[in-house]
Design a binder for this molecule. Structure first.
Ligand code: PLP
Length: 452
């Protein structure tokens, strides 16, 4: 008879059927398939772990967001935030839906051009544009959002050298009643710095002040903060028109809408707390419509929504490597998905679902990734059913930032698949291999050989 491995007994509080003040303890539902494809087939065909994106969800989320704003305001334009996910297939889904590109570095700017976005539809944000970047963007006629005075002066030089008037906006930061206040980007509204930047631009006559921009933060859970932000930008637009007779063509409210993920330490799941696109749209368009801006000069409203646009469309699929009991008696699950692939696990309590039906009996579990590093924890403490070695699982809502902030560390990055609207999966980024990993390396001659 086979000898059974010893499992120390654990004493566990039974809470079946007992609601807490927030309702029943959430049951962990299995996710056996995504867009009609069995999780186990996707993993068999494309390897484990695997990122999966739903083109249906990308498009339907975009349309919901667009509808929320365009039904409330006459001129609305979304710009896809490249840093949230700059895989070409993802960007092009949004560009096909009508989104411009929003980029924050020279690399992202050139990626947008390479994706085929016309330069006049690229918004160039970020604190670190080089002289060359500014020159290219000026010559091509992209929208340059100025972050600080040093950049403003550099742009004046560019204007002189190229003999072209850069099309610009200033980025504005401000108190909107929320914490933390992001004051490191742009010019401050409340202390008059933003107004000073506008005056310098208008008086220099070297640039065309096309817009005003703000990005008040990320995962903003109160729509009211946007009402404040939109009113303050509207005030600047009104002052500019009054003093210079110059009409501001667009107001850009940036990104920052919360996705439905749950932040660490939150009592209530994000699905219950995240404002809807309608809530944000009400606040923003209300502030613009009720401002002192003349109706015939109502600016184009630009939104750079990132995480709320894509989080729901992304899934990360993985496989259990082992079960363990820690010395403390706590159950530990070792998986092949680590923080290298799920950077957002530093902020979110990600929802992890078994791919097959499992028993409803759960135990307090720590879920680890495969890295040989203590920080590699996906969930520090979650009531989780027992999964066996080789079982599969699905992590939901991972579309934002994980495919750009991922770390090439210890493991190769896996395939990324997009399931199109007809249900066909396409690989949109190939898994890495040794050749990819070493392609950029150079080995000096004296280090080519060794004897052991
Ligand atoms: C990151 C970023 C965005 C997108 O932010 P989300 O919080 O993901 O919506 C938009 N605009 C700018 C300038 C950004 O830096």
């Amino acid at each position: 008879m086979e000898k059974k491995t010893f499992e120390p007994p654990v004493i566990k509080k039974l809470n079946a059927g007992m609601p807490s003040k927030f309702g029943m303890t959430p049951r962990i539902e299995a996710i056996p398939e995504i867009e009609g494809h069995k999780v186990k087939d996707l993993l068999k065909d494309h390897g484990s772990p695997l990122y999966v994106l739903s083109e249906n969800t990308l498009r339907s989320t975009y349309r919901q967001a667009y509808q929320a704003f365009s039904t409330r305001y006459p001129k609305v334009q979304f710009a896809w935030s490249y840093k949230t996910n700059y895989l070409a297939a993802v960007c092009n889904v949004f560009h096909q839906e009508g989104a411009w590109a929003e980029v924050v570095s020279g690399f992202e700017y050139h990626k947008a051009l390479k994706n085929g976005v016309l330069p006049q539809y690229i918004i160039f944000n970020g604190p670190s544009k080089s002289y060359e970047d500014l020159k290219t963007a000026t010559e091509k006629g992209s929208l340059i959002h100025i972050d600080h005075f040093d950049e403003l002066y550099m742009l004046m030089e560019v204007a002189e050298e190229t003999g072209k008037k850069p099309l610009v906006a200033i980025r504005v930061n401000m108190d909107t009643g929320i914490y933390p206040r992001w004051d490191r980007f742009g010019f401050n509204y409340d202390n008059g710095e933003a107004w000073e930047a506008i005056n310098r631009i208008m008086l220099s006559e070297k640039m065309e002040l096309a817009g005003l921009h703000t990005h008040i933060g990320t995962y903003i859970m109160t729509a009211q903060a946007y009402r404040v932000a939109a009113s303050k930008l509207a005030d600047l637009a009104v002052s500019t028109e009054r003093k210079y007779g110059h009409v501001i063509r667009y107001i850009d409210l940036g990104g920052g809408f919360a996705s439905k993920n749950t932040l660490k330490g939150a009592y209530v799941p994000g699905t219950d707390t995240a404002p809807s696109f309608d809530d944000y749209a009400d606040a923003i368009t209300g502030a613009l419509i009720n401002s002192a801006i003349k109706p015939e000069h109502l600016p184009l409203l630009i939104l750079e929504t990132g995480r709320a646009m894509i989080d729901d469309a992304g899934y990360l699929l993985g496989t259990v490597i082992a079960n363990k009991r820690l010395a403390s008696g706590r159950r530990a699950l070792i998986t092949n998905v680590g923080v290298n692939l799920l950077f957002t696990s530093f902020w979110y309590e990600h929802q992890i679902h078994p791919a097959e039906k499992v028993s409803q009996h759960t135990e307090d579990t720590t879920i680890y990734g495969p890295l040989c590093m203590n920080i590699d924890v996906l969930r520090a403490a979650v009531d989780f059913p027992l999964l066996k070695k080789g079982d599969h699982f699905v992590i939901k809502r991972i579309g934002a930032y994980n495919m750009t902030q991922w770390l090439q560390f210890i493991e190769y990055r896996p395939n990324v698949v997009m399931i199109d609207t007809q249900g066909t999966p396409h690989i949109i980024r190939r898994r890495e291999d040794l050749d990819y990993m070493t392609r950029q390396e150079e080995l000096p001659d004296h280090l080519k050989n060794f004897e052991l």
